[in-house]
Design a protein around this ligand. Structure first.
Ligand code: KG4
Ligand code: ZN
Length: 357
């Protein structure tokens, strides 16, 4: 029996220190052997957001044992690793540098290839872990750092159909929560408060709703909420505002996803209509059920990867490493950290929104 490829993935682009081992089975399906994630939420809580210097320090403190644990939990030996893949961007440069340097040093010491991975490419390929999912598929990535519709056509073949022109959706949830006096990251709390509120109470703006294709914008919502919170006196008003915010987000995503569907269907090689939703905000039950209903109406199969593969993780980095390894797409050890690194380099101008990214 031939030896199966084994890849170590390392992720430190923001506030999660993560390492993972991936291999493949006899059918060539990527199989996750370990997936270790250490979140820094407790460190950044009191600051209401991620503090780069503190995040980098925590990565430096944790990276050794996180990588060691990923190897131990997977049951492999360090010398079985065929290549080391690290996130090289986009992200915070001081954070990226930790995992990138660690990955390069380990690859060098093991005399194995090094693979630099785009973090967004990781999110794009994450639904293929432990799965037979084939290309192409439409991905909606909604997290604290990203909000985009991506047509995933194959390794290094991505077409960004739409993106946020300002805040990411998770960021909008967290900022709204902060205005309501809820601790970072407040997204999950907004969902809980919204259950007790009236979603029709406040009429909030829906930025670029009728223009800009399937591009998104959430910054205007925050401004409107800031004005309202100044006059809020009761808990019930808080619940109503949380519910109204969530409902407005649902309306925006409903309309923009429909537009993304029609853009996605324009491509010629479409066999199945598949819609994958990833990122922390995909955990929101109202958003989830609205998108499932939309998929049922529009004839799409909906896929929500398990939550540990939705947020930032290293399994997705190892997954990209695995596909690149097969094509011998290796990188030199002087590969730089790339804080800004678009997946689809052509998608720099937002048609219709009149905004340059
Ligand atoms: O993908 P993720 O785990 O990590 C990064 O973005 O790094 O996403 C985290 C984001 C946060 O903004 C958080 O508030 C949001 O996802 N989030 C939610 C929910 N759970 C997490 N937003 C709305 N509803 C939720 N249930
Ligand atoms: Zn991410």
């Amino acid at each position: 029996m031939s030896k199966k490829t084994i890849i170590l993935g390392i992720e430190t682009s923001c506030d999660e220190t993560a390492a993972s081992i991936i291999t493949e089975n006899e059918q060539g399906i990527p199989i996750l052997l370990s997936n270790i994630i250490s979140s820094q939420i407790e460190i950044h809580k009191e600051f209401g957001g991620v503090v780069p210097e503190l995040a980098a320090r925590a990565h430096i403190e944790k990276i050794d044992w996180i990588v060691q644990k990923a190897i131990d939990d997977s049951g492999i030996k360090i010398e079985d690793i065929d290549a080391v893949a690290s996130t090289a961007g986009p992200g915070l440069i001081v954070c990226l540098s930790v995992g990138l340097s660690f990955g390069k040093a380990l690859a060098f010491s093991l005399d194995k290839p090094f693979i630099a991975v785009n973090h967004l490419e990781g999110h794009a390929l994450s639904p293929r872990i432990n799965s037979t999912l084939n290309y192409p598929y439409l991905l909606l990535l909604i997290s604290g750092g990203h909000s985009q519709f991506l047509s995933v056509q194959g390794l290094e073949k991505y077409k960004r159909l739409g993106t946020t022109i300002d805040d990411a959706l998770g960021e909008a949830f967290d900022k709204t929560a902060k205005l309501l006096g809820i601790e970072f990251p407040g997204g999950p709390q907004i969902e809980i408060l919204a259950q007790k509120g009236n979603p029709e109470k406040y009429d909030l703006p829906k930025p670029i709703f009728n223009r800009g294709g399937c591009n998104l914008s959430f910054a205007g919502l925050k401004t409107a909420i800031l004005k309202i919170t100044k006059n809020i006196k009761t808990d019930q008003e808080k619940y109503d505002l949380a519910a109204s915010f969530q409902k407005t987000v649902e309306k925006i995503l409903y309309k923009k996803t429909k537009i993304a569907f029609s853009e996605f269907e324009k491509q010629s090689n479409l066999k199945d209509k598949i819609f994958v939703v990833a990122g922390g905000v995909a955990a929101n039950k109202n958003i989830r059920s609205m998108l499932i209903d939309l998929c049922n109406t529009e004839g799409y199969k909906s896929i929500f990867p398990p939550i540990e593969l939705c947020g930032d993780n290293a399994a997705m980095i190892a997954m990209v490493g695995l596909e690149k390894y097969k094509l011998k797409k290796f990188n030199k050890l002087d590969y730089p950290a790339r804080p800004r690194w678009a997946l689809d380099e052509e998608a720099i101008f937002l048609k219709g929104a009149g905004v340059k990214l």
